[in-house]
Design a protein around this ligand. Structure first.
Ligand SMILES: Cc1cc2nc3c(=O)[nH]c(=O)nc-3n(C[C@H](O)[C@H](O)[C@H](O)COP(=O)(O)OP(=O)(O)OC[C@H]3O[C@@H](n4cnc5c(N)ncnc54)[C@H](O)[C@@H]3O)c2cc1C
Length: 456
């Protein structure tokens, strides 16, 4: 297992990372990315301290509903790089089982073991640039808008293209690359899955981030522990050796990877949503108490509505991890129906949760004075006097509560979060499709016939 410092050193590997047009010499000291590196390093240190077993276990496939719940709940406590690692590797496992191709299965098994042994972090690398959305890869005027194989050699393949929105790419080690959707006969060159290290020759990563600056951490109690750079990853004729190739032209399996990843991403998504919806309910109640409004009817009603949404998302998570499927290899996957329905419901109701907490909290969510005003002896008494509401609710306490809500819901991070909940793991429409596919429509129709007295 690596320590935090060993992890930092591992990132100085010649990778080509850009931020806002500038080549980043050392991502570990970059003002907008150091915070994310520090977060992951702290995770490495925590695991290094807790003995060799702790981290290794997390890479293992869950063998029971209880283990699955444990893994998914742990994801909510971990930094994003562990989330992306485990979701990527579980997606590979799931795809290997579904493809039934011995060569690819054994390469995937070896790769997962290698990742575990080397304690590396992986990212899910699936979303292509996609060009004209209504045209298939073969019909695009630029064939590179879907990542493709441009050369097959005896010892491997060469890939070209781009994968966008790759969370945590700049601060991790390995990209698990998969086709973004189903390919058809004639689209063999775009049916490619493989693993590529971040420092492979020909890989370029352009970055954006909502991570707070290091001198702004106090004002961002939530996002400082969660923000990662988003990578715009380009493959300029990157060589991939055979042992890291998991799909090479088999169009019939192209969608297997996307579906497998979708399941794990959405399962991780609802675990996070269940946790975060509870946090939002808790913050709403704390705000109401700090404002003295918790007994007012319409405020109680708004909190009750938030409680219902939080409870239904958690119920979906519970149903997904309880009603698992067991693979022929003996490990378990979350329930597709409940995972997708819960992800859809949570993402759809998320703007409502935000509207409710903003309505409950009031304008100070975006206008409360800054931490520096609390630190400055000249301005602190003003903040203390006018942000205080009653005995037991000091100006500092209430101001910091507003900072947390601003940070989570109305900051750069808050905006990022709204798009992320809606779009990551694919948009709402994708969840509708998968939910409908797994819903027992025959059961519903039979029940309807009985109810209508038409079952004869
Ligand atoms: C914060 C964040 C983090 C992310 N992290 C990752 C990551 O780590 N790895 C990764 O691989 N991806 C990641 N994604 C990408 C995410 O999976 C995609 O954004 C998502 O699948 C939508 O693709 P898109 O952004 O290209 O939008 P589009 O595909 O352009 O979709 C926009 C809208 O158009 C609709 N649409 C598009 N094409 C069609 C069509 N042919 N028919 C019908 N409707 C269509 C969609 O349903 C949607 O409503 C992330 C996204 C976000 C926002």
């Amino acid at each position: 297992m690596m320590t935090g410092d060993e992890y930092r050193a591992s990132l100085r590997d010649g990778r080509r990372i850009y931020y806002d047009g500038e080549l980043v010499e050392d991502v570990t000291t970059h003002p907008r990315m150091q915070g994310s590196v520090d977060l992951i390093a702290a995770g490495y240190d925590a695991y290094a301290d807790s003995g060799p077993e702790a981290f290794a276990e997390a890479y293992e496939a869950p063998r029971s509903s209880a283990e699955l719940r444990e893994r998914l709940e742990l994801l909510t406590k971990w930094d994003t790089s562990l989330v992306t690692t485990l979701e990527s590797l579980n997606a590979l496992r799931t795809a290997a089982g579904r493809m039934g191709n011995d060569v690819y299965s054994s390469r995937i098994e070896d790769y997962i073991a290698w990742c575990q042994e080397n304690d590396v972090r992986c990212v899910q690398t699936i979303s292509d640039a996609k060009g004209h959305r209504n045209l298939s890869p073969a019909k695009q005027d630029d064939p590179d808008v879907y990542t493709r194989i441009v050369e097959e050699r005896a010892d491997g393949i060469v890939i070209r293209g781009a994968k966008l929105h790759i969370s945590a790419a700049a601060v991790t080690h390995e990209m698990v690359i998969m086709p973004t959707k189903m390919m058809r006969p004639g689209e063999e060159q775009w049916s490619v899955a493989c693993a590529v290290p971040m420092n492979a020759p020909g890989v370029i990563v352009l970055n954006t981030t909502v991570s707070p600056r290091l001198d702004e951490l106090d004002e961002h109690p939530y996002s400082r522990t969660r923000s990662m750079p988003e990578g715009f990853v380009v493959f300029e004729d990157v060589f991939v050796p055979n042992e890291r190739v998991f799909l090479c032209g088999e169009v019939e399996h192209s969608a297997t990877f996307a579906h497998s990843l979708g399941l794990w991403q959405r399962a991780g998504g609802i675990a996070h949503m269940a946790e975060n919806f509870d946090i939002l309910v808790g913050l709403a109640r704390l705000l109401a108490e700090a404002n003295g409004t918790e007994r007012i009817n319409h405020i109680k009603d708004k909190i009750a509505e938030m409680v219902i949404h939080a409870t239904l998302v958690r119920a979906g998570f519970e149903a997904a991890v309880t009603n698992v499927s067991t693979t022929p290899e003996g490990w378990v996957t979350p329930n597709e129906l409940y995972t997708n329905a819960a992800k859809y419901f949570g993402a759809k109701e998320f703007p409502r949760m935000l509207s409710l907490i903003h309505d409950i909290g009031g304008g100070s969510i975006v206008t409360a004075p800054l931490p520096g005003d609390l630190a400055n002896p000249e301005t602190r008494p003003l903040v203390e006097k006018y942000m205080r509401t009653m005995e037991g609710v000091s100006g500092e306490y209430r101001t910091r509560l507003f900072h947390a809500v601003r940070d989570m819901t109305a900051s750069d991070f808050g905006g990022w979060w709204q798009v992320a909940v809606n779009i990551s793991g694919a948009g709402l429409y994708a969840q509708k499709l998968v939910t409908t596919k797994h819903y027992d429509m025959e059961h519903a129709k039979a029940a309807a016939r009985r109810a209508a007295g038409l079952d004869d």
